[in-house]
Design a protein around this ligand. Structure first.
Ligand code: HEC
Length: 194
């Protein structure tokens, strides 16, 4: 009988403290998750405004003067545009890729890791999600950039890029070709300033 009472007591003890522990663990992780989610939401807003700004400019440059004009536009303005959005949002916005066109967009070692992770995830799961990582107190947002139909004209198979010669003139070491629809083209990398 005594043994049963001790046993019940132990069970209640475990349940009581066990629950308490798991509850407090839950609330801590919920708090972390919340601030992480805030950064994810902000990062998504920033990346999608940058994407809309760039693709809008690209579309009007094509309409005004064809692909060649759009190429010159990207060459002269793509970085200036992401830089001015960086100032506006008080973050550092970068578009980067394992196979980059402009050497100024070369990935950092952290970004190479993320790009490799996304590449693996795309092959195994077929779906990619934005993420936020905290490195030494700095929050960094990453989101995948997937190849679409409109990108093939400048990033598809070399033979099918009408302006390939001009691309090589601007970017003699260009790596950003031979992509297909649905490929991972690169990532948005947004660093929230402290
Ligand atoms: C008119 C040609 C053209 C089209 C169309 C185009 N791009 Fe680019 N892309 C460029 C050029 C030129 C650069 C280099 C810009 C620079 O100098 O910063 C570039 C750079 C990039 C980069 C930055 C990394 C790097 O390689 O330097 C990404 C990512 C990218 N493009 C993705 C896309 C996606 C996605 C699409 C379709 C939605 C697209 N591009 C459509 C010409 C084009």
């Amino acid at each position: 009988m005594n043994k049963i009472i001790v046993f019940l007591f132990v069970i209640m003890f475990v349940i009581f403290f066990g629950c308490k522990d798991s509850n407090s663990a839950k609330s801590v992780s919920l708090e972390n998750q919340k601030s992480n989610e805030d950064y994810i939401e902000q990062g998504k807003d920033i990346a999608s405004s940058a994407f809309l700004a760039l693709s809008g400019e690209l579309r009007s440059a094509i309409q005004e003067g064809g692909l060649e004009n759009a190429l010159t536009y990207c060459n002269l303005n793509a970085l200036a545009l992401t830089d001015s959005l960086s100032q506006a949002y008080n973050v550092d916005i970068k578009r980067t890729s394992l196979k980059y066109r402009n050497p100024k967009n070369r990935p950092s070692p952290d970004e190479v890791e993320i790009l490799n992770e996304y590449q693996k995830a795309l092959e195994s799961e077929g779906q990619l999600f934005p993420k936020v990582i905290n490195v030494a107190g700095v929050n960094k947002f990453y989101a995948p950039i997937i190849m679409q139909d409109a990108c093939l004209k400048c990033h598809g198979a070399k033979a099918s890029i009408p302006v390939y010669k001009s691309i090589l003139k601007h970017y003699p070491d260009d790596l950003a070709t031979d992509y297909a629809m649905g490929d991972l083209r690169g990532i948005w990398s947004v660093t929230f300033r402290k």
